[in-house]
Design a protein. Structure first.
Length: 469
């Protein structure tokens, strides 16, 4: 039966492929190929040749706002994507405000293109030039462009621009971009933008804690407090002492005593000379090593401080951005009285729990108590998702930080599975995947089950077992 149908299936597949190929050729013939006349301009911009770009635009000034690729990209789109800042400045000087807002085939302006390609400096340069007036921006909020701009700023870690946008237009929190994602979801996908997503070794964590960033401006200066611990005199440990004992025979004869004393002096002199030579050798070695390794060590420390400062600044900005969004969510809830996925908050909470971003989950949960009891993926609440994804830190904060233990632990999902069933389920879990080896993963699962069992009350376990029976 199957063998008889196989030739028909092959014939149908070949026919379908032929029809798709003909349709593709026909569609290609219908594409406007006027961009081909700007091939020289494309090559000049793509290569960063400023002289050739100026010569072409002097000869054809209208080309500055024309599409020069089959994707509808202008010369400014290409210059931004390739990162040629000198070409961008030249093109901007020849373009009007309307030209700067031209969209390509994907609906991207030059500003959004800069964010997509993570050209932060070019994005900050283009933003004040392409900003519309207040009335137009209010209209932009209702379209995908506002969310596209904010989401691309978040995903490219250009949080200076993101904070500026969310301060001026907080209702962008509820907007969806071209991919149907909200800014809150974009922020929840950035695990490294929060402290819980970065596990530092002890000395880096110490430097991280010492770095202070001005809360208002989040400037570029670094203030470190490298405090040495105060050691009380009574607790100071005494330096190690070395005691050498020489057993001298009890000699009564003065001649023998003089011989012994002479031998002791000679031995002491030899030992002293060896000790001095060893000390000088070690000291010289330390000096040479310090001269060689000190610049390397200092350079490594300075590099670590710069990286940790940028990390802490990113963390502060992310938390500030999240605070603005939570304020807008709270305001919307007061106005509408509904929590039906405001600003994609339900999807964002689920993703944040899966990524282990405890700061995100706790901040949103404190916005309104209803978020704790709300049903998320497969009708599971926050506590059940934390157990399912093995996020012990989130579970601990939610379970012990809110006076709702019995309420949260007595929930059942769409399959009537309770929180104890979540312990036995295995899904994609970041924490579990970080443990290598089946034996270690099994040990982790057993420890996790013991922690959850001890956290739950005896009444709840009895109630759950009764329901199962």
């Amino acid at each position: 039966m199957a063998i008889g149908k196989r030739p028909q299936l092959i014939a149908f597949t070949e026919k379908d492929h032929l029809m798709k190929t003909r349709k593709k050729i026909a569609d290609t013939g219908n594409i406007d190929k006027s961009y081909l006349q700007y091939a020289d301009l494309y090559r000049a911009v793509h290569r960063g040749n400023l002289t050739a770009t100026k010569d072409f635009l002097d000869y054809q000034p209208e080309a500055v706002s024309k599409a020069i690729t089959n994707k509808g990209q202008t010369a400014l789109h290409i210059a931004v994507a390739t990162g040629h800042a000198h070409i961008v400045r030249e093109l901007v000087s020849r373009m009007s405000t309307e030209d700067l807002g031209i969209e390509d085939g994907d609906g991207y302006t030059a500003l959004i293109t800069a964010l997509v390609y993570e050209r932060s400096k070019l994005a900050l340069y283009l933003y004040p030039l392409t900003s519309l007036n207040h009335d137009d921006l209010v209209l932009v909020e209702k379209r995908r462009q506002g969310a596209m701009l904010l989401n691309r700023a978040i995903s490219s870690r250009n949080l200076d621009l993101a904070l500026h946008l969310i301060r001026l237009y907080p209702s962008l929190t509820h907007a969806l971009d071209d991919r149907g994602e909200s800014p809150l979801l974009a922020l929840a996908s950035m695990r490294n933008a929060f402290p819980s997503g970065n596990r530092l070794v002890f000395w880096k964590q110490w430097i991280y804690n010492c770095i202070c960033i001005h809360p208002s401006a989040l400037g570029t200066t670094i203030e470190t407090r490298l405090n040495t611990p105060n050691v009380e005199s009574g607790n100071q440990s005494a330096p190690a002492t070395f005691e050498t004992r020489l057993n001298i025979p009890n000699v009564e004869n003065g001649r023998q005593r003089n011989q012994v004393i002479t031998r002791i002096k000679s031995v002491t002199a030899v030992l002293l000379r060896h000790l001095i030579s060893v000390v000088l050798y070690l000291w010289a070695g330390l000096i040479v090593a310090s001269l060689y390794y000190t610049p390397i060590l200092l350079a490594a420390i300075v590099k670590a401080i710069v990286q940790l400062y940028a990390m802490k600044k990113l963390h502060k900005q992310s938390q500030k951005l999240l605070s603005f969004m939570c304020e807008e969510i709270s305001t919307s809830f007061i106005q509408t009285g509904q929590l039906e996925n405001i600003g994609g908050v339900c999807d964002a909470i689920t993703l944040a729990i899966k990524n282990g971003i405890s700061e995100f989950v706790l901040k949103v949960a404190r916005t309104h108590p209803s978020f704790l009891e709300n049903k998320y993926r497969n009708s599971r609440n926050i506590l059940m998702l934390a157990v399912l994804y093995r996020q012990s830190e989130i579970f601990s904060h939610i379970y012990h930080g809110f006076d709702m233990e019995n309420t949260l632990t007595s929930y059942g999902d769409c399959n009537d599975d309770n929180i104890l069933h979540m312990v036995g389920m295995i899904e994609d879990s970041t924490m579990r995947n970080q443990i290598s080896g089946a034996a270690l993963q099994m040990q982790r699962e057993l420890q996790w089950f013991k922690v959850i069992s001890l956290s739950l009350s005896v009444w709840h376990i009895f109630f759950s077992l009764t329901l199962d029976n």
